[in-house]
Design a binder for this molecule. Structure first.
Ligand code: NDP
Ligand code: CA
Length: 310
């Protein structure tokens, strides 16, 4: 049988009281690895094929989601939306999907259609106010990357806020970094167009390490966003959010983020990454973890004093 899923430690943010009664909500950000890409494009040379068998892998993905019990789930590389929609609906979630315009999945054998971004929210906790989707533009031309945004109303507090998720252009190099830079700026103008000063959370697979221009754009523009994991770790970003071995070599870096408007929201805590020992020499995906990206999970609460009108 398969080993238990990798489990992570929960870190309480400095100066926060985990017993306080401020009704935090939990958000999960996760590139789940498209089935078509994982089996026919990624070349994960140390991953046992059985770990990539969709018949079991889909339930490992669901197990990871449901074990941590997030209230909002932001996923990338979703090429089986109907499966997750049906499974998560039974758990009380409403979900939306936006496919990439020309997904690489559709050119691969045994594909299940295009991959894209998905956003789910717990309907007992939130009401949908508005949903928007966007094909990100690069120098005013549509790219192959998308974003999905939900304006939600928290039923407990009555407060409205925005959750946006995306998956930026992959691969290394100066040109690709400048594409991501452009996509980041378009993402922020999309956010500005609809957020109307509401508290905002922007998460995704940005395919960019913290030293890339797009990270600077996200954290130093309007609105002013902060990285949740940097906030949890004394200003330091995670050492890795993905760690895999392809035929071309080992790749270990931090490219996934949860950004938030810090003047309006507080990070109460979040899940750490598993250690190198826990991950094991084969890295991920593996029998113990179903994607090459680890999920990011944070608890947020609304700040008491904030400058937005309801
Ligand atoms: P991206 O560069 O954004 O990459 C797409 C996906 O590939 C991402 O999910 C990324 O994962 C993954 N990826 C990154 N590095 C590798 C790697 N070394 N090996 C395998 N997968 C990797 O691509 P675009 O979305 O811009 O689309 C690619 C274009 O290529 C599309 O226009 C598509 O039509 C075209 N295409 C055409 C094919 C054909 O046969 N004609 C075949 C394939 C693609 P992550 O974010 O996790 O890094
Ligand atoms: Ca991938």
């Amino acid at each position: 049988g398969a080993p238990p899923l990798l489990r992570r430690m929960y870190r309480i943010a400095k100066g926060r009281d985990p017993t306080s009664d401020n009704a935090p909500f939990r958000i999960m950000q996760w590139n789940i690895l498209a089935q078509a890409l994982g089996t026919h494009a990624d070349n994960f040379v140390s991953c046992p094929p059985s770990a990539l068998d969709w018949k079991s892998r889909r339930f490992r993905i669901l197990e990871e989601i449901l074990f941590y019990n997030p209230d909002i789930i932001c996923l990338q590389e979703v090429d089986h939306f109907k499966f997750f929609e049906r499974a998560l609906k039974a758990q009380g979630f409403e979900g939306y999907f936006v496919p990439k315009p020309d997904s690489p999945c559709i050119y691969l054998p045994e594909n299940n259609g295009p991959d894209g971004c998905a956003l789910f929210y717990r309907s007992s906790r939130f009401e949908l106010v508005e949903l928007n989707t966007k094909i990100l533009e690069v120098w005013k031309v549509q790219s192959n990357q998308v974003a999905i945004m939900a304006v939600l109303r928290d039923i407990i507090s009555g407060k409205e806020f925005v959750v946006l998720t995306t998956h930026l252009k992959a691969r290394q190099g100066a040109l690709l970094a400048s594409l991501r830079h452009e996509q980041g700026m378009d993402l922020l103008s999309f956010l500005e167009e609809f957020r109307q000063k509401r508290p905002s959370i922007v998460c995704g697979d940005f395919n960019a390490e913290p030293n890339e221009p797009v990270y600077e754009v996200m954290t130093n523009s309007n609105p002013k966003l902060s990285s949740a994991y940097a906030r949890l770790n004394d200003g330091e970003e995670l050492p890795y959010s993905t760690w895999k071995i392809r035929g071309s070599g080992e790749i270990k870096h931090n490219i996934d983020y949860i950004f938030f408007t810090e003047d309006q929201l507080t990070v109460e805590g979040g899940l750490d990454m598993p250690t190198e020992m826990e991950i094991g020499p084969e890295r991920v995906p593996s029998a113990a973890y179903p994607s090459d990206h680890f999920s990011l999970i944070c608890d947020f609460s609304f700040n008491v004093h904030q400058s937005f009108a309801l």
